[in-house]
Ligand binder design. Structure first.
Ligand code: ADP
Ligand code: MG
Length: 392
């Protein structure tokens, strides 16, 4: 697959439509931005375009609005972006229409326009051709830095793209592909994957694909209980996906055949309910009424030992119900072990990134992937629609 990078074609004096992923986590209702990483990560491409005297048109989705909704406006993002760039950001009330068309065509070299939330129009997610055409008419060149949206075939990520002769990827997408591509192609060994989080069904494709790439898989979080169950180990009232038990068993067998060690938690922090004032204890064997909510200290130690020897690490999914401090120790200890391993480390996933950042270890990780679903699908070996349309 050949993709052009934004610095491989002329942008000076041209209207560049830059699809970004400014879908940032915000305070409920209030709209205060809780984490601006996704905005910061797009700055190098935006700055480059400004320096090259392009006319910059930024477009993003935010949240899941049903139609126009002031709570899901990108206005807060526009303000944050103004601060980060130190220049004016023109912010119209919509992303299409005559007014927007005129603003885009009147842009001067080096000026920046941020369109209002693409998802105020249901046509965005439906990838509706007229809407895609209206977006396409705004720009002369198409660039995407919206790594987190590349697994979606929407109007702004796929539909409009075919209308551009000149198109390519920004520096953030380039960086993501470099790191994730290296993981898949030529990782330094041992390569250890730590996988946790809520649902087996979200991650089973990823686990399966990683079996042919990694040397060891360390499992934790809620998804580990489905694997324990597949081994015939009791899991009490822990979260379980009955219909995935067979697939989990198959993966464990595949691991054996491939010589990949798949480690399951050997001790657990359990409680009788999910609450911050619940009484919890560490057990080797989960009782009938117990809910498993974190890996136990013995498992943490064992996993940390494996991570210390690793040369490449991929982590997705917390080891426990880390939002409640009583069940955060496993996740915290694994984060610390990854940060101090001295390996090439890549962390992806919304909650995993939140966990790494809240422990203040973000800058000890080689690459924090902005992807979420896109990162997982890429590592699963799936083709990302938003990249496929950019192939030249
Ligand atoms: P990521 O966003 O990093 O990919 P996921 O969305 O898959 O991670 O999973 C994160 C969620 O998994 C967290 O909200 C956490 O509370 C939950 N979780 C982890 N371990 C457990 C557990 N043992 N029981 C219930 N929920 C869990
Ligand atoms: Mg998540």
């Amino acid at each position: 697959m050949t993709l052009k990078s934004v610095n491989q074609f002329p942008v000076t004096g041209r209207r560049v439509f830059l699809r970004v992923d400014f879908n940032v986590p915000r305070e409920k209702g209030g709209g205060k931005i809780l984490d601006d990483t996704r905005i910061c990560e797009a700055i190098p491409t935006i700055r480059y375009l400004i320096e090259q005297k392009a006319k910059v048109i930024l477009a993003s989705h935010l949240g899941r609005p049903k139609g126009r909704d002031p709570e899901e406006s990108l206005i807060g993002v526009a303000e944050r972006l103004t601060e980060l760039l130190g220049c004016e950001v023109i912010f119209p009330e919509d992303c299409v229409g005559d007014g927007v068309w005129k603003l885009a065509h009147d842009l001067r070299e080096g000026q920046v326009l941020l369109l209002e939330n693409l998802r105020f129009h249901k046509e965005e997610e439906l990838n509706e051709p007229d809407f895609a055409a209206a977006l396409a008419h705004l720009g002369e060149v198409y660039v995407t830095d919206a790594f987190g949206a590349l697994h979606r075939a929407h109007a702004s990520t796929v539909g409009m793209v075919s209308q551009f002769k000149e198109k390519g990827i920004g520096f953030l997408v380039q960086k993501e592909l470099d790191f994730l591509g290296k993981l898949l192609a030529r990782p330094e060994r041992p390569f250890v994957a730590v996988l946790g989080g809520a649902k087996v069904s979200d991650k089973i494709g990823l686990i399966e694909n990683l079996l042919s790439k990694v040397d060891e898989v360390l499992l934790g979080g809620a998804l580990a209980y489905t694997f324990l169950k597949a081994e015939g180990i009791p899991t009490g009232k822990s979260r379980l996906e009955e219909e995935k038990i067979n697939q989990a068993r198959r993966i464990l067998m595949k691991g054996k055949e491939a010589g990949v060690a798949i480690l399951l938690p050997r001790d657990h922090r359990v409680a009788d309910r999910i609450a911050s004032d619940a009484i919890s204890k560490v057990v080797d064997r989960i009782g009938g009424e117990d809910i498993g909510l974190d890996i136990g200290p013995e498992t943490s130690r064992q996993y940390a030992g494996r991570l210390q020897r690793a040369k490449t690490i991929f982590w997705n999914g917390p080891m426990g119900f880390f939002e409640i401090p009583a069940f955060a120790a496993g996740t915290r200890e694994i984060a610390a072990a990854i940060a101090s391993a001295g390996a090439v480390s890549v962390v992806g996933g919304g909650e995993s990134l939140a966990a790494i950042r809240s422990s203040g270890l973000g800058d000890k990780i080689s690459h924090l992937s902005t992807g979420g679903g896109a990162t997982l699908e890429y590592l699963e070996g799936k083709e990302l629609p938003g990249l496929k349309v950019l192939e030249t």
